[in-house]
Design a protein around this ligand. Structure first.
Ligand code: OAD
Length: 257
């Protein structure tokens, strides 16, 4: 056998394997009545948003302790707001992709569906997802550090910076920072969905950040089939029932139809 023939035979075998994985994933999703999905920055990468840990990822360019902690905000609220205002302006120019749309379609046809995201963008909602759990908050929400009032604010760019509440208090971004607890109601709902799921789909997350990363593991313990869609292998790959490697915007439409 020539080298070219050997390469062709390996490629052929690999694409047959991927094809049968896709068919299996589609069958699991079609048969399940209770589906939970956890997404991370990877699902929005094809919409033009940076991830955190990949090439050009945000945490490769900035130190989280300088921009995403209460201490950093107390030191220099204007600087922190400038960074979040820049992120808001980038997000405002992005549109959902086929991966977001496929998950919205899955919700529409599934009896009991929960979509939980670590993302602070609103691309799932823009794609038509209805029942969402934002585990790490939202870039579009602001919270008063004095009276605690939380509001949606879509203004881009924000003026003045830092923004002030009607009570005169300083507002902060409505996102979860390092060292902070996840919102209690959202976390409780996510845990319940993970425990009840027949299929738990994990999309575009490095599965490194807890407690979100614990959710698919909880689902596994409760008997769910756990599937991962990611460009690369992750911390979850070794224990998941299936890892589909590729772009979320290409794989999700194939397994959800
Ligand atoms: P990461 O940047 O850690 O991981 C992104 C994952 O997406 C990686 O595993 C990539 O391989 C994968 N990926 C990239 N492009 C993809 C594509 N087109 N299709 C499929 N997968 C793709 O981002 P997260 O896991 O979301 O928290 O990070 C988790 C949390 O860490 C974030 O929510 C944020 C951060 O610190 C807070 O800010 C609290």
């Amino acid at each position: 056998m020539t080298l070219a023939q050997l390469a062709n035979s390996i490629i052929g075998r690999m694409s047959r394997e991927v094809g049968s994985q896709i068919a299996q994933a589609r069958a699991w999703l079609a048969a399940a009545r209770r589906i939970a999905v956890l997404t991370g920055a990877g699902i929005s990468a094809e919409s033009g948003l940076p991830t955190f840990r990949g090439t050009n990822g945000l945490w490769r360019q900035y130190r989280p302790e300088d921009l995403a902690t209460q201490q950093a905000f107390a030191r220099n609220p204007k600087l922190i707001w400038e960074w979040y205002d820049w992120r808001r302006s980038v997000h405002a120019q992005c549109a959902p992709n086929d991966g977001h749309r496929a998950l919205a379609a899955l919700e529409a046809r599934c009896e009991q569906f929960t979509l939980m995201t670590q993302n602070v963008d609103n691309l799932h909602e823009s794609a038509g997802s209805k029942k969402m759990i934002h585990l790490h908050g939202s870039l579009w929400s602001v919270r008063c550090t004095r009276c605690g009032r939380e509001q949606v604010n879509m203004q881009v760019p924000l003026e003045p910076l830092p923004p002030l509440c009607e009570c005169g208090g300083l507002q902060r971004p409505g996102v979860v920072w390092f060292g902070e607890a996840l919102p209690e109601r959202e976390l409780r709902a996510a845990v319940a969905a993970a425990r009840e799921a027949e299929v738990f789909l994990v999309v575009g997350t490095s599965s490194l950040v807890y407690p979100a990363a614990a959710l698919p593991r909880m689902a596994l313990e409760c008997g769910a089939r756990v599937m991962e869609v990611n460009l690369d292998a992750t911390e979850l790959s070794a224990v998941a029932h299936m890892s589909l490697h590729g772009k979320a915007g290409e794989i999700l439409p194939q397994i959800i139809c």
